[in-house]
Design a protein around this ligand. Structure first.
Ligand code: AMP
Ligand code: MG
Length: 427
């Protein structure tokens, strides 16, 4: 049966093909203060407003000089001081050196800065340490070495991290134009699910997927729109789905397996869903569904006060309800779509390599690609990261997942031994 389902790679390729179409759909642009821009996606390229650095500057505390004179070990007369923040001094006279601080502009005629620690000083003169020479350009960054005025420094689609915040600040941007966050409808389904604040009756459990998915959506640059939980009945699902059409992306959890009360797929079919796949050869997460629901009116204005990002059809994922299944399938498949809807040029899941630690071998060969909760230790001494499985009781084991910081990826039919280099999915 399961061989009819796409493999992980095939399903990922289908999602990537869908993401490829989204590249031309640009979300609405808004302006945010730089202090609130972390994690947002740049909607306009960032240009250098002046040369970077804007003037030739010293990278050391020392003496600005001519390399040839210093390397000949001539005594050089100290001709004044330039502190950081002062304008550059006039042309350096022959046979002279100018005391200079880190970040200060070097005067014309200077082609090197000797470090304070490398000179002997006496009677207002310096001389380079006899054991040393200095090359032209040493300890100076020339004007425009990093960028020229007008150069594009960051393209559209860049996710803003602290480094981009710094660059924007250096270029004088106290606010940035970023794409509007995609609105992600989150629908938790199941007769047994109750809200956090209610006291679960026997047989009931609190909805943990809703808050987890909302957190994942925030972490991936989206705006969660948590719908009321829907019980396992067709009418409730129809009502919930009708509401969700205003979202940019719909994520449903629970109700996609083959059980008698797994009613999500038929409900999606009733609203005209086109399914890209209904199941993937992965564990956990095999019942995952991915598709699109046509929108009735193209580019209608939604509750968010703007057109949906993908105007013709609402992309959706139906995630299996087990918490670990929901997390894995979101990271593998929904997160790339969300990143693309957010306008990011980087949308693929983040895989890395690590060495499998010693430990019990519980993973027999399987015809499914498996994603097992694991803990990766990132070395401190340049060694390869090491990954160890977290003991778990299957895909409902939320406590095990909370002890993990990645998933160990076991491709179909693989059986790695301790010490092997394996793939991990970073969370
Ligand atoms: P389902 O995918 O609906 O067959 O559910 C599979 C398992 O996940 C069942 O044990 C459910 O009780 C559990 N589950 C479903 N939805 C949630 C949820 N929102 N939060 C926590 N557990 C859930
Ligand atoms: Mg269910």
């Amino acid at each position: 049966m399961s061989s009819a389902l796409p493999s992980y790679d095939e399903a990922a390729a289908q999602v990537a093909a869908y993401v490829g179409q989204l590249v031309h759909m640009r979300p609405v642009v808004e302006r945010v203060d730089l202090g609130r821009a972390l994690g947002r996606v740049l909607a306009r390229p960032l240009h250098a407003d002046r040369d970077q650095p804007p003037f030739a500057r010293s990278t050391r505390d020392g003496f600005a000089c001519r390399a040839a004179e210093a390397s000949a070990h001539m005594p050089l007369t100290i001709a004044g001081t330039t502190r950081a923040g002062e304008p550059p001094a006039g042309e350096l006279p022959a046979g002279a050196a100018r005391e200079i601080m880190t970040g200060a502009p070097v005067p014309p005629g200077v082609d090197a800065v000797v470090m304070l620690e490398h000179v002997e000083m006496s009677n207002g003169q310096i001389r380079l340490d006899p054991k040393r020479t200095i090359a032209v350009g040493e300890n100076i960054v020339s004007q425009g070495a990093q960028a020229r005025k007008g150069d594009e420094l960051l393209p559209v689609g860049t996710v803003i991290t602290p480094a981009q915040v710094a660059l924007a600040a250096a270029c004088g941007h106290s606010a940035l134009e970023v794409f509007a966050r995609p609105r992600v409808a989150i629908l938790s389904t199941g007769d047994e699910i109750v809200t956090i604040k209610s006291t679960p009756a026997p047989g009931q459990i609190r909805n943990s997927n809703g808050p987890m998915l909302a957190a994942l959506v925030v972490a991936m640059g989206g705006e969660p729109w948590v719908l009321p939980n829907a019980p396992d009945n067709p009418q409730a699902l129809d009502t919930a789905l009708a509401q969700a059409t205003e979202a940019d992306l719909l994520v449903v959890t629970g109700g996609v397996s083959a059980g008698k009360f797994d009613l999500v797929e038929p409900a999606l079919a009733r609203v005209g869903a086109h399914f890209h796949f209904t199941g993937v050869r992965i564990q956990p997460g095999k019942p995952l569904v991915f598709g699109e629901i046509p929108r009735h009116r193209d580019a209608a204005v939604t509750a968010a006060g703007r057109s949906p990002i993908a105007p013709h059809a609402l992309p959706f994922f139906g995630l299996p309800g087990n918490p670990v299944s929901s997390a894995v399938t979101f990271l593998l498949f929904a997160a790339p779509v969300l990143a693309s809807l957010a306008g990011s040029v980087e949308s693929a899941p983040r895989f890395a390599l690590a060495q499998l630690a010693q430990g019990p071998q519980r993973h027999l060969k399987s015809d499914l690609t498996r994603f097992l909760p694991a803990r990766c230790t990132f070395g401190t001494a340049g060694e390869m990261p090491e990954v160890a499985l977290v003991s778990w009781q299957g895909s409902g084991d939320l406590a095990a997942m909370a002890r993990s910081n990645c998933f160990l990826v076991l491709p179909e039919q693989s059986h790695p031994v301790p010490g092997a280099v394996v793939r991990i999915l970073l969370i």
